[in-house]
Design a protein around this ligand. Sequence first.
Ligand SMILES: NC(=O)c1ccc[n+]([C@@H]2O[C@H](COP(=O)([O-])OP(=O)(O)OC[C@H]3O[C@@H](n4cnc5c(N)ncnc54)[C@H](OP(=O)(O)O)[C@@H]3O)[C@@H](O)[C@H]2O)c1
Length: 240
Amino acid sequence: MLSGKRVIIAGAGPGLGSATAYLALINGASVVMVARNEERLRSLKAMLSKYGRVEAVKGDLSTMSGAEDAVKRAYGILGGIDGVVTVLGGYTEASISELTEDSLFNMLRVNLAAHLFTVKAAVQLMNRGSIVMVTAIWGPYLNWPNRVAYVASKAALSRVVETLASELLSRGIRVNAVAPGGIRRDFRPERDWRSTRSIGDSSAPPEDIANIIIWLLSDQSEWVNGAVIPADGGFRLRQR
Ligand SMILES: NC(=O)c1ccc[n+]([C@@H]2O[C@H](COP(=O)([O-])OP(=O)(O)OC[C@H]3O[C@@H](n4cnc5c(N)ncnc54)[C@H](OP(=O)(O)O)[C@@H]3O)[C@@H](O)[C@H]2O)c1
């Protein structure tokens, strides 16, 4: 589905980032993974190398200069950019009475600003292509008491998707987002992940979300643009 495509995974960790990198590779893409933890990047690269061309770039995407530097290095390795997935994220619990400046601004930095910095850096180097941002079901689709900063950051990221898609429309760059429910961080290549969950569970193996991301990166989803797709197997529809 992604044959010949050059894809950056921004924020590659043990959960959704590595599952997305794996599925992109087995679908024919070349992949560069970006994250801060060099040792983990090395071990992810070692685990995934046998499935295709994968490289790792150490970088902090939470500043504009850090994102620019990491994306430029990824571009240098790939020789172009056809797809970008912003997977990075953070989480914090606090009610409105417990909210601190640090907790709010930290969430906005990692869950909103870092995604925008990465996209800004990438679109300077892209002709056409697909950008997929990872938000959460909480914010755009569900409320979540006592997670004010987290929900604010995910809601803001979700709301900006249409604006980015609109700005980039004339350049043939699509922008969409997936809004997952809970995601497990137990990714392993080649496993029977479907047998580990049932539709509507509160958390999913990362492959369930990564499959939607792969489709959004591919030309099969060319007519989807500016969408925030709930990726929760129907969890949000459960009677509470
Ligand atoms: N886990 C869940 O239940 C859940 C539910 C809904 C939505 N989500 C969202 O889905 C996405 C993936 O979730 P996940 O649980 O698989 O991963 P995650 O642990 O939330 O984040 C993925 C990776 O992002 C990297 N990262 C964080 N800050 C960074 C920075 N400043 N610069 C570069 N990389 C950075 C981290 O690696 P380094 O530490 O090496 O930088 C981390 O391993 C996130 O956006 C998350 O908010 C998760």
